[in-house]
Design a protein around this ligand. Structure first.
Ligand code: NAD
Ligand code: MG
Length: 411
């Protein structure tokens, strides 16, 4: 935990801050990737776009290479890499194109890279994030699935690799910002009673259970406050996103399940809070715009301009708070359960959720089938201690197979 809960080790010297940082953005064509480039572009003397990676979106990656001329571009798919390479050559852009999972891992650990923005969506982000941790990078972690699947292994790799971990998920970034500067290894030692994760409640905050059974993909993708990739947007609608964030908070802040509470706050202005023993509750506020946590991560311990507009509290007028409804949002309960069970349970939860969200986005299953398949597969899975990434990869594959089978038989 030392490298996020810093005891004495300085994260960056002022000299470091004046040096140009080579940044690798994993998941560059995604919403977090694009917003990271937006913030970096506002500080061209501080950051150099060293490498960009994506799954298969050649058009978007070509445009990014034209604009930022990274040294490397990595596509997961070989065909996409070939197309990108041909287009870059035709345009006389000297970016070197690589492809495949191994190339993602190599870029994350590349000797010339200072900072890695880990913004791949889902379990696919795990191996590159682990590589960045082992090779001692400054990691800006957006990919919460890494911590959900492999929290103990990842935090150990951060510590052993001498990496610096900065949370980018807005809630965890908020908590990080309002924790004491002198970090200790436990919440108790910092005088913290609990952390409060805020949740917008998503598009179905006020919907009845009957309505939620028949909602469409389009309705679920229509998030009231945040613009995000499709997977996390569906996770927000089921509140699995908040569940994954509870598990993420557990690993980042060494907090037990009963030290992490969720409060629904529809305006998404308070990004999360920390309650101290003396009754003080410290919150971080701002407009719901991911460029704030991204700029915080890029600039830490200094503050950078992000391009985010000033918060107009008078215009917002009021801030509301409600308890989470575990009946209409069973995914949140399932995530708390997985955290309490521990071991491979969160990795199974994550894998089945990814399959369920994919099936819902493809119009193959209903919205409330998402928690049903997760609950069923969780109930019939054998839970083990987490010992290795290889084991987790196997557990992940088996859980995905079990989820597909369940969906075939029940939907
Ligand atoms: P997105 O779908 O917009 O982008 C995902 C990126 O990952 C794309 O660049 C895509 O090409 C790449 N990718 C997809 N599958 C891949 C694979 N198998 N291998 C390699 N690359 C792959 O997603 P996003 O909204 O930017 O979210 C990225 C991560 O950040 C997620 O883990 C999400 O939970 C987290 N996050 C996002 C937000 C947000 O506001 N968008 C907020 C907090 C946390
Ligand atoms: Mg979040």
């Amino acid at each position: 935990m030392d490298n996020i809960l810093i005891d004495s080790k300085p994260i960056m010297t002022s000299l470091d801050f004046e040096t140009v940082q080579n940044v690798a953005i994993l998941g560059a064509t995604g919403t977090i990737g694009i917003q990271t480039l937006d913030v970096m572009s506002q500080h061209p003397k501080r950051f150099n776009v060293f490498a960009l990676t994506a799954n298969n979106n050649v058009k978007s990656m070509f445009a990014l290479c034209q604009q930022h001329t990274p040294k490397y571009a990595v596509m997961l798919q070989v065909q996409a890499a070939k197309e990108l390479d041909a287009q870059l050559k035709a345009a006389s852009i000297s970016t070197i194109v690589l492809h495949g999972e191994q190339a993602l891992v190599e870029i994350a650990a590349h000797a010339e890279v200072d900072t890695v923005m880990a913004a791949i969506v889902g379990a696919a982000g795990l191996l590159p994030a682990m590589a960045a941790a082992r090779s001692g990078k400054r990691i800006l972690l957006a990919n919460k699935e890494t911590l959900v699947m492999a929290g103990n292994l990842f935090m150990r790799a951060v510590e052993e690799g001498g990496a610096t971990l900065l949370p980018i998920d807005s809630e965890h970034n908020a908590i990080f910002q309002v924790m004491p500067n002198q970090r200790a290894k436990s919440l108790e030692k910092m005088g913290i009673k609990r952390v409060l994760l805020t949740a917008s409640g998503g598009p179905f905050r006020n919907a009845s259970l009957d309505d939620m059974r028949v909602v469409t993909r389009e309705q679920a993708l229509n998030h009231p406050n945040w613009v995000m990739g499709p997977k996390i947007t569906i996770d927000s609608a089921t509140m699995m996103n908040k569940g994954l964030e509870v598990i993420e908070a557990h690993w980042l802040f060494n907090a037990s399940a009963d030290q992490i509470d969720v409060v629904v706050h529809p305006q998404s202005v308070i990004h999360s809070m920390v309650e101290y023993n003396d009754g003080s509750v410290l919150a971080q506020l701002g407009n719901p715009d991911m460029r704030t946590p991204i700029a915080y991560g890029l600039g830490f311990p200094n503050r950078l301009e992000s391009g985010v507009s000033s918060l107009d509290l008078v215009k917002i007028g009021r801030l509301d708070f409600l308890p989470p409804d575990f009946e209409r949002f069973p995914c949140l309960r399932l995530a708390y359960d997985a955290l309490k069970v521990g071991g491979t349970a969160p990795a199974i939860l994550n894998a089945v959720n990814e399959i369920a969200v994919e099936a819902f986005l493809a119009d193959r299953i209903g919205f409330m089938d998402i928690p049903s398949v997760i609950e069923s597969v969780m109930a019939t899975s054998v839970i083990e201690e987490v010992v290795s990434i290889e084991q987790l990869t196997k557990v992940d594959t088996e859980a995905r197979q079990a989820a597909k089978l369940w969906l075939q038989n029940h939907v």
